[in-house]
Structures are given as C-alpha cells and as structure tokens.
Design a protein. Structure first.
Length: 411
C-alpha cells in the first residue's frame, strides 16, 4: 500500500506505463467489457500517481519551498483538465455527429498517450527521493541527491535528521516495523485522512462536472454555458498560481481559513442564483469566486498538508489510505448530488439550490476541524512533523533515543 517497498520514481514509471496502456487500449477497444477493463487500468494509474507524486515532491523539495513544490501537482492537474477541454474541442471541430459517435471518442481517449509518454520519458531525468533512500539504507545515493539540491554539509545534516526520526519512531514502538496502531501515529493518520476526504466535501467535483448544467438554464444556451465553463477553468489556473505564490509566505492555515470562507460564500451565491432564477453574470461570478477560493486553499494547501504531516516512517501507507479516502468521498459526492438535485420536493421548493447550500455548510464544518487539529507546517522539516503534530493534538511525543543505532549504508 502506497509503494513503501518500491522506489518513488519506479512507482511513477509504473503509473506512466499504465496510462499508456489505458490510452491505447481504450482507443482500440472493440467490446464494452474490454473498454471497461482498460478504463479501470487508467483509474489505477491515476490513484498511483495521486499518491506518489505529491509525496515525492514533499520529500525532494527544501522545507522553505515545499508548499509551492507540492502545489505544482494541483496546478498541473488543473492545466491538464483545461487542456483536455481544448483537445476534445479541436478533435470535434468541424466533424459530424456520426463521426464523433463512431470514431471521435477513440481519438479523444487515445490522445492521452502523448502526455503519458512524455511523463514516462521525463522520469528518467529526476532523482530518487532522498528520504526513501535513507529509509532503505542507501545513504550514498541519498547524499548525492541532497547535494544536488543544496550542498554536502546540508545533506549530511538532513540525513542525520532522517535517521534520528526513524530510530526514534522505532524505539517508541519497540519494533523495527512502525505500527499505525501507535496512538500518536493513528491520530495523525485519522487527521490526515480527514483533511484529504474533506477536500471533496467542499463540492469541487460537483462544480467541475456540472458547471455547464449549472450555467445553461441561466445563460440560455449550451454554447454560452460551455464558453463560460472554459472561463471558469482559466480562473481556476489563476487561483492555483496565487496559492502557489502565497503558501510558503503566509502559511497553510491562513489560506485554508480564508479560502474556505470564499468557497462557502461562492456556494451560497450559486444557491441563491438558482433559488431565485436570477439571470446575468451572478452565477459566473459565484463560480469564479468558488474556484479561486478552492484553488488557494483546498487545492494547494490541502495537497501540501497531506503530503507533509505524515512522519517519514508511515508516509507511504498513510498517503495511500488518505488518497483512497479522498477518492471514495469524491465518488459518494458525485453519486448523491444528482439524487439530491433531482429530488422532486427539493427541486420544487429550492430550484436546485439545496445541494449547494449543503456544500457551503460542509465547507465551514471542515474548516473548523482542520483549524482545531492541524498545525501550521510552514517551515517545519519533515523530520520534525511528528513532534509538531503531537504538540497540536496534545499527545506525548517519544523522547529521542540517547544513542541511536546508525543505519547501515547500502549503495
């Protein structure tokens, strides 16, 4: 789980290969069963990449740049989503409806092979995670990687901190393998998993999936709705860029606080527009307010938080659990939203607004819990994260071992 025994870079390479297989297979599928299997392969690749990519970025980046580095993951995802809209538009442009039904979708799915192949090729040029290398006793390679990032003296200090954090964790558990049943580690796992799942409770997937449907009754046509949806995507990219700029300057928690307030306000306005059937640009303004607020908070800050608050000793397993919970929550949200939105009573009395007001309330609840249980991690090294979490949660942190046993090098 979380590829604890596989090199971070190798895990990403496996994801890239699965992306390529999924793209080619889906485009060439001759039966629905074969198509479904290949889409599942693509889903596995997405899950693997979502676990390992932010984890790798947090482990490689210096602590003062870590927030921006991990935020690049979210920014890349949003740019990719926006790019897909344009690629699909270019494939469909000028083609007949019959061609789109027969062949167009194959070209759309097959186009995934280009970024997947580029992803695989670029992996040959990135270093392995130094913290994973230390965890596996490959100290010489870890020092080489860290020296490229900073300098040999700093590399030695970081390696010693990593070794000490691993030895302290093992001493506290009384065994060589770290257990998630440790009260402190389990509490950190629960908090990190909640943060990941709460990202979906703000309603982002509803906004991303249903924006055209939200705007169509207000704009009056599908064409206008699609145009304004593209504009929302561009605003999303701008919001991510703002979050990347601010996250290592003002910290994670301030972004989460103010960003969540913006998310809630945006959802409230969307609900009001739907409830009153208001025309004009109010809905577009509300959606843009939401995506900018989300991008700077639950977009950038959330991914940064869940990639850095887990201690070195459990990061792989904990990230896998957290991201799994995130995707499962997203699935539930996208399943229940149409049910609420199409409920006859709610539709008659709220005109589709009820669901958005629910998301506004959930956003505020999630913010309160995050502020209460998650510490500010700006400038905190990954090796000090367990101690920082212990102080925030009011739990005992194990005293450092008097003479930690050295980790044997294995080049």
């Amino acid at each position: 789980m979380g590829c604890p025994k596989i090199w971070r870079r190798n895990a990403l390479f496996i994801a890239a290969i699965l992306f390529i297989i999924s793209a080619i297979g889906s485009a060439l599928a001759t039966t629905f069963t074969f198509y479904t299997v290949l889409r599942i392969v693509g889903g596995v690749a997405v899950g693997l990449a979502c676990v390992v990519s932010p984890m790798y970025m947090s482990e490689v980046a210096p602590k003062d740049f870590r927030g921006r580095a991990v935020s690049m993951f979210q920014q890349s995802a949003v740019i990719g989503q926006t790019g897909v809209f344009y690629v699909n538009y270019m494939i469909a442009k000028g083609m007949s409806e019959a061609w789109l039904v027969d062949m167009g979708w194959r070209w759309m799915l097959g186009s995934e092979m280009v970024p997947a192949a580029l992803f695989a090729a670029l992996l040959f040029f990135i270093p392995e995670s130094p913290r994973w290398l230390v965890l596996k006793g490959k100290l010489d390679k870890a020092k080489e990687t860290l020296s490229q990032i900073s300098n040999p003296e700093h590399a030695d200090r970081v390696i010693k901190d990593i070794q000490d954090s691993l030895v302290d964790a093992r001493s506290a558990n009384g065994k060589s393998k770290i257990s998630l049943r440790s009260p402190l580690l389990f509490s950190i796992l629960v908090i990190g998993t909640f943060v990941a799942a709460a990202q979906q409770l703000t309603g982002i997937n509803v906004i991303m999936y249903y924006t055209p449907e939200i705007l169509k009754p207000i704009t009056g046509s599908t064409e206008n709705a699609l145009f304004q949806t593209t504009f929302v995507g561009i605003v999303f990219i701008g919001g991510n860029a703002l979050g990347m700029y601010l996250i290592d300057k003002v910290g994670r928690l301030p972004l989460m606080k103010w960003g969540t307030l913006g998310c809630a306000l945006g959802m409230m306005i969307v609900g009001y527009v739907l409830y009153t059937q208001t025309t004009g640009y109010a809905a577009l303004f509300a959606l843009c307010l939401y995506v900018v607020s989300y991008a700077t908070s639950w977009g950038c800050a959330c991914w940064t938080m869940i990639s850095e608050i887990f201690p070195n000793s459990i990061r792989s397993r904990a990230m896998a659990i957290a991201v799994g919970a995130q995707w499962f929550t997203g699935f539930l949200v996208t399943q229940f939203f149409p049910m609420l939105n199409e409920n006859a009573y709610l539709k008659e009395n709220f005109n589709g607004a009820f669901s958005f007001w629910v998301f506004a309330a959930l956003s505020m609840i999630c913010m309160v819990i995050v502020v209460k249980y998650v510490p500010e991690t700006k400038g905190v090294s990954l090796e000090k994260m367990e101690e920082t979490m212990a102080k925030k949660l009011g739990k005992q942190y194990p005293e450092p071992a008097a003479e930690p046993a050295p980790v044997k090098a294995n080049a």
